[in-house]
Every structure is written in structure tokens, then in C-alpha cells.
Design a protein around this ligand. Structure first.
Ligand code: ADP
Ligand code: MG
Length: 601
């Protein structure tokens, strides 16, 4: 995390990042190359145009030999070249923007692909807003970086071609202009230093602003419930004000330092040139008005690109920072667990054995200690225990959301690590406390966009878990739209959809992690019918919220602080009068007095 905050880089680091950004452009190198050809052409014409006028003035106008025919010819020549210059410049911009948009599109795709490969550990440590901002904001900044790249190349080509033209016209005048270049470079240095500070402050505040916003949006129901609106508005306003101030200081810095400074230098250089012209005229009595014209024209086009390039330097910084972040995400090694490459074992019967499993999320805090248990094919095992006792962690490891390093888990005699993850996960149907619905129809959400499942299969799955009643009551049945993760459906209805989704894949093993915890008792009773259907003939691992629902389990494991402290059937555990007995007594008492419901809200 600390590394992600890095916003200043040494020249060497910047260079590396630049090179890595260039690598993304490789597939589009011909587009970029062609655009540079047109860039060079239009810069050359731009440098040549004043020379046409200069020649016309000095050869014809000043000597009084300009005929109508010559003038018309010069005008046409000048006009045609100007049109060519505009055309080339258009083609250059078009090619360059096409290439850079595609490059950034390429980066965005690579980022998104990478995000899919990252493990849960990464998302535990990284706020969702940060990941979103990598894929959207940072790639936009990189797009700007390409524009800057174009501006700088443009500037360089112009400065070089104008320098050549000036030397060709009059090397002494050209030298005078060149003398001013170090001053501009010096100002550029000062500007860069100042802008780095101002820009890094601006970026810092902006990311705070984003974080605040995404926090309050994702927690909006809690925010409103606890009347946090005022506090959050106040906090948002503070950060927002700071952002406004940071942006203002950026503008005042730009306005103060940049354009006026360049304008002054431009004028001074012009004055210097004019004085030298004046001196020459006076001593040699030759009047080269055309030359004066050409140099006046050049003074603009020589210093303007330099000022533009300077202006771009700060965006270059931004681009480097974003490039670094993008690179960091792409190189992140917090990958999702992988199966052994040669392993190709499959789940067949659904016989689970966990032996001597120790597990920790962060390598420091031990979450599971010496876990041993076995689930025979078709059996139901229930996990119970206090919040935080490690129930979900067992499932996280079993589903391979997190890798384990001590102990072993086998399914049908094969190590979990030898099972290709995709196959493993289709054979293990997991239903969590909150079902996640995607934007689309009910049918889409059951088939999970897998077109191999037919309508009939989908409907059959829904019927099997008793979800068809409510689906058919909806206006468009299976074709009804699901909006905003199913905001218009009740918790129970959403859960029924996710049951149907699970059962459609005919898993061998069914895993339920407090699947009915968010559902009122009445709905739960209905859902239990569907659940009972699902459990038939399948190995089931159930984390139950209400102990009354797992009384019929073949075995109940009681977890406490990451350890299995009791195990047996419901009746055995009640007889033991231990932890399970206490929990059961408490719950039946609460259920009688209706306390459990209020406690859960
Ligand atoms: N993603 C995670 N990263 C780090 N620690 C975690 C994570 N998830 C859970 N824990 C910790 O692991 C312990 C067990 O949590 P969990 O298995 O979710 O408990 P349960 O499901 O029994 O309520 C808790 O102390 C919790 O703080
Ligand atoms: Mg849990």
C-alpha cells in the first residue's frame, strides 16, 4: 500500500516507467510512425512558409520588380502549402489520437484482465474505489500523457525546423534567438519543481475526495440510518475546499510563471534581433525587410512550442505517476490461488477430508488451528460457532479463495491443489449470506450468462428450489429485469435466485454460509423446503445461523477461536452439555421471546 502512494520519482525511475508505457503502444507502432512522418512534414512546411514571403519581399517587392503574375504565383504557392500543412497536421492528429486511444484501450483491458486474476487478499487490502480509479482515472491520465508526448514531439520538430530555417536565412540572427533558449530551459526547471509540489498535493486531495465519496455511497443505508449525513457533508466539504484551493494554486502558478514569462522572453529576443537589424542597416545601408518579417514570424513559432512543452511537463509527471500505479497493479503478485499445472483431478463422489489444517490470512494472526474433519459423500456436516470463530475461513480455503500452506484438504482422495480451480468450483455450489445479482434478467442471473443452459433447465432449477412461484408472479417472469443488484427483490427472493443458480450447475458438494441469515423466519421456512431438495444426495457443508435448522445434520462441528472444540450429532452434543448446549439453550430462549430477530437487525 505504501508504495502506491509514491508520487515522485527519480529520473531513472521515470525513465523506466516511460519505457513501460511505450511498450503498450507497440501493437500500434506503425500508426505512431506514420503520424510522426506527417508531423515532420507539417513542421517543415511551417518553417518554410515565412521564407516564401521573405524571398518575395526581398527579391521583388523591395526592388520594385513585383509583377501581378509573380504576386499571384507566390500567393498560390503559399496558399497551396498552407492547405497541405493543415492537411498533414490533421492527418497527424488523427493518426496519433487513434493510436493513443487504442493504446490506452489496450492498457484498460490488460488491467481488467489482471483484476480478474487477483486473489481475495488483494481486495481485502485495497479499497474498491482504488481499483476503479486505476482502470478509469489512471488510464485517462495516461491518455493525457500521450497528448503531452505529441505536444512535446510537435514542439521539438518545430523548434528544430525553425532553427534550421533561421540559420539558413541569417546565422547571426539565429544565434541571438538560440541565446535565449537556456533562459527558457531555466524557467522550465523552476516551473517543474514548483509544479511537482502543487500537482502532488492536488492528486493527494483528489484521491481523498474519491475515497470519501465511494465510502459514503457504498455505506449509504448505514449513513442514513445513523444520521451521518451532516458529518459526512462537512467532511466532504473540507476536502473539497482543499481541492479547490489546490487547483487554484495550480492555476495561479501556471498563469504567473508560464505564458507571461515566455511572452517577455519572446519580446526581448525580438527587440534584440531588431536592434541588430537596425545596426546592420545603419552601417551597411542594406534593407532586408523580408528578413525582418521572417524573423518576426519565427520568434512566435520558436518560443511558443517551448512554452507549450513546458506546460506539458506537469502532465508528464501525472502520466508517470499513473503509469507507475498501473504498472504496480499489473505486476501485483497477490494472485488468486492456482492449481498445480499437471493436476487434473476432478470431484466425483464429494468425499471431503480436512487434515491438520492451519491457516492465516496475513501470515501473522492464526485463524484456523489444527482442523480435522471428514464429510462422507451425501452427508451433511454443520459448522457452528461464535462470530469470528473461523467458520467462513474454512470455506474460503475449501473454495480456494485463499491458499493454505499447512495441512491438507482432499476431495475424493485428491489434494485440492491438484484440482483445476474452475472444475472444482463448478462442482462445489456455494451460497453466501448476500447473493450477488448482476444487471440483466432473472434468467440471465440463474444461467450466469452461460448460454449452454436451456430455458427449460433454468425453469426446472427454479422449480426445484421453489423459486418459480415468485418469479412467475413478476410481470415478465424469467425475463424480468434485475436492477442495481436486485434492489427491487426481497432478500429471500434474491437468495432463491442464487439457489437456482447453484443447483442449475448440479454440484456434487453444497456449501451454505449463513445462507438464510438475512431472511425472516417465515420466509426461511419456505426456503428450507428448497434447501432440503438441494441437499438430497449431495455432500453438504452448512454454516447455520439458526441451530434449529441443522438438527438433522450427520455431524455438527463446534468452532471456537479457530479450533474444533466439540463434534457429534445434535443429540450427542446436547447430552454433553458443553458449548453447543449453551448456544442452543440461548437460541431457543431468544426464539421464544422473539429476541433473535431484533438482535439480528
Ligand atoms: N479477509 C480476511 N483477512 C484477514 N482476516 C480475516 C479475513 N476474514 C476473516 N478474518 C479473520 O478471521 C477470523 C475468522 O473469521 P471468519 O472465518 O469470517 O469467522 P466466522 O465466519 O466464524 O464468523 C476473524 O478473526 C476475522 O477477523
Ligand atoms: Mg462467517
Amino acid at each position: 500500500m505504501a508504495a502506491q502512494k509514491q508520487t515522485t520519482f527519480s529520473n531513472k525511475e521515470s525513465w523506466h516507467i516511460l519505457l513501460s508505457l511505450l511498450r503498450f503502444a507497440k501493437p500500434y507502432k506503425f500508426l505512431f510512425m506514420f503520424s510522426f512522418v506527417f508531423l515532420a512534414l507539417s513542421a517543415a512546411i511551417a518553417a518554410y512558409l515565412p521564407i516564401i514571403i521573405q524571398r518575395y519581399i526581398d527579391t521583388y517587392l523591395a526592388k520594385g520588380s513585383a509583377t501581378m503574375e509573380i504576386t499571384v504565383r507566390v500567393v498560390i504557392f503559399y496558399g497551396v502549402l498552407t492547405i497541405f500543412k493543415a492537411g498533414f497536421s490533421y492527418i497527424k492528429d488523427f493518426l496519433f489520437n487513434t493510436a493513443s486511444e487504442r493504446t490506452v484501450g489496450n492498457i484498460r483491458n490488460q488491467l481488467y484482465e489482471k483484476v480478474g486474476l487477483l486473489g481475495m487478499r488483494y481486495f481485502d487490502q485495497t479499497p474498491a474505489g482504488t481499483v476503479v480509479s486505476r482502470v478509469t482515472n489512471d488510464t485517462e491520465t495516461i491518455k493525457e500523457f500521450w497528448t503531452v508526448f505529441l505536444n512535446i514531439s510537435n514542439g521539438l520538430f518545430n523548434v528544430i525546423s525553425i532553427t534550421i530555417a533561421m540559420f539558413a536565412l541569417n546565422w547571426r540572427m539565429a544565434l541571438v534567438f538560440l541565446l535565449f533558449t537556456p533562459i527558457i530551459v531555466w524557467i522550465a526547471g523552476i516551473y517543474r519543481k514548483k509544479s511537482t509540489l502543487v500537482y502532488s498535493r492536488m492528486r493527494g486531495v483528489l484521491s481523498q475526495l474519491n475515497a470519501k465519496l465511494s465510502e459514503s455511497i457504498s455505506g449509504m443505508s448505514i449513513v442514513q440510518k445513523y444520521h451521518q449525513e451532516e458529518r459526512l457533508i462537512g467532511e466532504f466539504d473540507d476536502i473539497n475546499q482543499e481541492y479547490v484551493a489546490a487547483r487554484r494554486s495550480m492555476y495561479s502558478m501556471n498563469a504567473l510563471l508560464l505564458a507571461p514569462a515566455i511572452n517577455v522572453i519572446e519580446s526581448v529576443a525580438l527587440v534584440a534581433v531588431l536592434i541588430i537589424f537596425g545596426y546592420q542597416d545603419w552601417s551597411q545601408n542594406t534593407v532586408d525587410i523580408g528578413l525582418v518579417y521572417a524573423f518576426t514570424a519565427y520568434s512566435r513559432s520558436f518560443f511558443q512550442p517551448i512554452s507549450q512543452m513546458m506546460n506539458s511537463l506537469s502532465s508528464l509527471q501525472d502520466g508517470i505517476v499513473s503509469g507507475h500505479r498501473v504498472q504496480e497493479l499489473l505486476q501485483s503478485e497477490e494472485l488468486a490461488p492456482q492449481s498445480n499445472s499437471e493436476g487434473n483431478s476432478l470431484v466425483t463422489e464429494g468425499h471431503i477430508r480436512v487434515s491438520n489444517l492451519n491457516f492465516s490470512y496475513d501470515g501473522k494472526k492464526q485463524v484456523l488451528r489444527n482442523i480435522n474433519f471428514e464429510v462422507n459423500p451425501g452427508e451433511t456436516v454443520a459448522l457452528v460457532g461464535q462470530t469470528g470463530s473461523g467458520k467462513s475461513s474454512i470455506i474460503n480455503v475449501l473454495m480456494r479463495f485463499y491458499d493454505y500452506h499447512e495441512g491438507e484438504i482432499t476431495i475424493d482422495g485428491h489434494s485440492l491443489k491438484d484440482m483445476p480451480i474452475e472444475g472444482l468450483r463448478t462442482k462445489m455450489g456455494l451460497v453466501l449470506q448476500d447473493s450477488f445479482l448482476f444487471y440483466g434478467t432473472i434468467a440471465d442471473n440463474i444461467r450466469m450468462y452461460n448460454e449452454n443452459y436451456t430455458e427449460a433447465e433454468i425453469e426446472q432449477a427454479a422449480e426445484f428450489v421453489y423459486a418459480d412461484d415468485f418469479i412467475l408472479e413478476m410481470e415478465n417472469g424469467y425475463a424480468s429485469k434485475v436492477i442495481e443488484r436486485g434492489a427491487s427483490l426481497s432478500a429471500g427472493e434474491k437468495q432463491l435466485i442464487s439457489f437456482a443458480r447453484t443447483i442449475l450447475r448440479s454440484p456434487r458438494i453444497l456449501i451454505l454460509d449463513e445462507a438464510t441469515a438475512n431472511i425472516d423466519t417465515e420466509t426461511e421456512e419456505k426456503i428450507q423446503k428448497g434447501l432440503a431438495n438441494m441437499r438430497k444426495g449431495r455432500t453438504s457443508l452448512i454454516i447455520a445461523h439458526r441451530l434449529s435448522t441443522i438438527k438433522d445434520a450427520n455431524k455438527i462441528l463446534v468452532l471456537d477461536n479457530g479450533e474444533i472444540v466439540e463434534q457429534g450429532t445434535h443429540d450427542e452434543l446436547i447430552d454433553q452439555k458443553g458449548t453447543y448446549y449453551d448456544m442452543y439453550q440461548l437460541q431457543t430462549y431468544q426464539e421464544k421471546t422473539g429476541e433473535l430477530e431484533t438482535y439480528e437487525q
